[in-house]
Design a protein around this ligand. Structure first.
Ligand code: CAA
Length: 259
């Protein structure tokens, strides 16, 4: 796959792994890192063999410690808004990928790092994970989707508590509020994420993609419209050979080999 300066991208038997690779700055998101993430996600979207995207951080300390504070210090309001737009456009590309994504949160996921994890469909943390939105302590607000995605995932009251206080929480607390889906020992993180990716890859890919789209589009709609959308996508599944493959395998007590 394509080479980038600040991130690594590999595709191992359908599992695309994007590693933010700036361990000296705890994988802080400079505009160059954001542009590399954006280009890498474009490459994943164009790679028809990629079935799941895994996002993680290089080194043993951080997933991503946030937007690059040194780069942000001199910004004007207009430059700040442009940076927020770059971050939001980049993370929305991840959220809108047709394939599912998993954040493997291997350490600090603060500010823009928490927001990167929030753009994934599922977050698995190691016991070393530390999550938070410390922006108000820097005189700014979350700018890469935190005010919106955090409240959608953990609820408005918890999101406000976390954002207003800037407090950094440990993995077990993140698990208890639904910010992490699962917490495992540090040495088990990669294997756990791989197993989860493989479990998803056993399912009908068109059905996984349609489920993702129905959930993500539906949550923005009134319930009645969202249920109409679900019925449409449900019906569309019957036009795909995987529906015959899946149901025939059940009836014949075999294992489906999805296309
Ligand atoms: N930006 C730039 N550099 C950063 C960084 C960041 N967000 N986080 C860490 N680094 C750098 C440090 O400056 C340091 O570099 P030097 O060796 O050149 O000084 C290096 O990474 C190692 O960091 P520390 O020495 O601070 O490591 P530590 O173990 O003592 O502390 C930490 C770890 C608690 C994560 C601490 O680094 C920290 O608090 N980082 C900042 C976290 C933060 O506030 N993130 C939010 C940023 S704002 C944002 O993200 C806005 C948005 O929504 C878009």
């Amino acid at each position: 796959m394509t080479e980038f300066n600040t991130v690594l991208l590999e595709n191992n038997a359908g599992i695309a792994t994007l590693t933010i690779n700036q361990p000296k700055s705890l994988n802080a998101l400079s505009s160059e890192v954001l542009s590399d993430i954006s280009a890498a996600v474009d490459a994943v979207a164009a790679d028809t063999s990629a079935r799941v995207l895994v996002i993680t951080g290089a080194g043993d300390k951080a997933f991503v410690a946030g937007a690059n504070i040194k780069e942000m210090l001199p910004l004007s309001p207009e430059e700040g808004e442009a940076l927020s737009k770059l971050g939001n456009d980049t993370f929305s590309k991840i959220a809108n990928l047709a394939i599912p994504s998993i954040a493997a949160v291997n350490g600090f996921a603060l500010g823009g790092g928490s927001e990167l994890a929030l753009s994934a469909d599922i977050r698995i943390g190691s016991t070393a994970a530390r999550l938070g939105q410390p922006e108000v302590g820097l005189g700014i607000i979350p700018g890469f989707g935190g005010t919106q995605r955090l409240s959608r995932i953990v609820g408005i009251a918890k999101a406000k508590e976390l954002i207003y206080t800037g407090k950094v929480i440990k993995a077990d607390e993140a698990l208890s509020i639904g910010l992490l889906n699962q917490v495992v020992e540090v040495e088990e993180l990669a294997e756990t994420v791989e197993k989860l990716a493989k479990a998803i890859m056993k399912q009908a890919p068109n059905s996984v993609a349609a489920s993702k789209e129905a959930i993500d589009k539906g949550i923005e709609m009134p319930l009645a419209d969202a249920l109409t959308l679900e019925a449409k996508y449900f019906g569309e599944q019957f036009a795909h050979e995987n529906q015959t493959i899946g149901m025939t395998a059940f009836v014949e007590k075999g294992k489906p080999e999805f296309k």
